[in-house]
Ligand binder design. Structure first.
Ligand code: 6GU
Length: 248
């Protein structure tokens, strides 16, 4: 399920430059008995299958004992290694959480394709639970890849010339404003004059105001926690006035 996405573009480059090392482990390999059973019906009945604790415990024990490429850094990075269960019941994933996680030398992501996990997994084996949104996926794998992607692009050197993570939507607490490239006019649809003016201060101001405008229009609640200066607040006041006038 993972190699296709891992072997393209930025995640591929991150591995080539030694910033990302993904190791896949099949929980079944840690299950005992001829049939290597990893799931069973729940105590008390009720249908569905539940991930057993022993194979996951054995897998985690093995994985946490492994060394990482950046082993020397382990002592200097936040510890202990987060062991993250991907589940719709987890805390909602966000850019802020991606930033927190990117400080760790190593992350362990636990994906299940089960009705549920034995509750003792939550209580004793994992340190965190994360959801990528309020909808249900058939398994945690896609969610794990979402997390790997969002964290990897924050690591030094991964974006190269392609972009700066600092100005991304959400990184600043605001949505990004619009971008344009050539041609200056297409079917009479023109690029805003200010962007072609070469006047850097005006361009920076315009970009900031566009980011504020877009956030105001689409995700106004983000403005409550964004880092805003006096000029930003003045501009938002103007947007509010515009809206009031429109309502008349
Ligand atoms: Cl992390 N896992 C599953 N199975 N479904 C989800 C999810 C995770 N986040 C949102 N839906």
């Amino acid at each position: 399920m993972f190699p296709g996405y891992l072997n393209e573009s930025i995640l591929k480059r991150a591995q080539e430059i030694g910033q990302l090392d993904v190791r896949l482990h099949n929980i079944r390999d840690y299950a005992s008995g001829k049939h290597r059973v990893t799931d069973e019906p729940p105590y008390g009945g009720g249908g569905g299958m539940v991930l057993k604790i022993e194979p996951l415990s054995a897998a985690l024990e093995h994985i946490l004992a492994q060394t990482t490429a950046g082993e020397a850094d382990l002592g200097t990075k936040p510890e202990p290694t987060p062991v993250i269960l991907l589940t719709p019941q987890g805390r909602p994933f966000s850019q802020k959480i991606a930033q927190e996680l990117s400080a760790h030398e190593r992350l362990v992501l636990v994906c299940g394709r089960y009705e549920g996990f034995d509750e003792r997994v939550r209580q004793h084996l994992v340190t965190d639970e994360i959801s990528i949104g309020d909808y249900v996926l058939t398994g945690g794998e896609l969610a794990a890849m979402v997390l790997v992607d969002a964290v990897t692009r924050l690591l030094e050197g991964t974006l190269g010339a392609e972009g700066a993570a600092e100005s991304d939507s959400h990184a600043t607490g605001l949505l990004e404003g619009p971008h344009y490239t050539r041609p200056a006019s297409f079917r009479g649809w023109d690029v805003p004059e200010v962007l072609r003016s070469g006047h850097d201060a005006n361009i920076q101001q315009w970009r900031r105001q566009q980011a504020l405008r877009r956030t105001w229009q689409r995700r106004p609640e983000m403005l409550l926690t964004a880092d805003l200066d006096e000029a930003d607040k003045w501009f938002l006041g103007k947007l509010a006035e515009e809206q009031d006038e429109g309502a008349d």
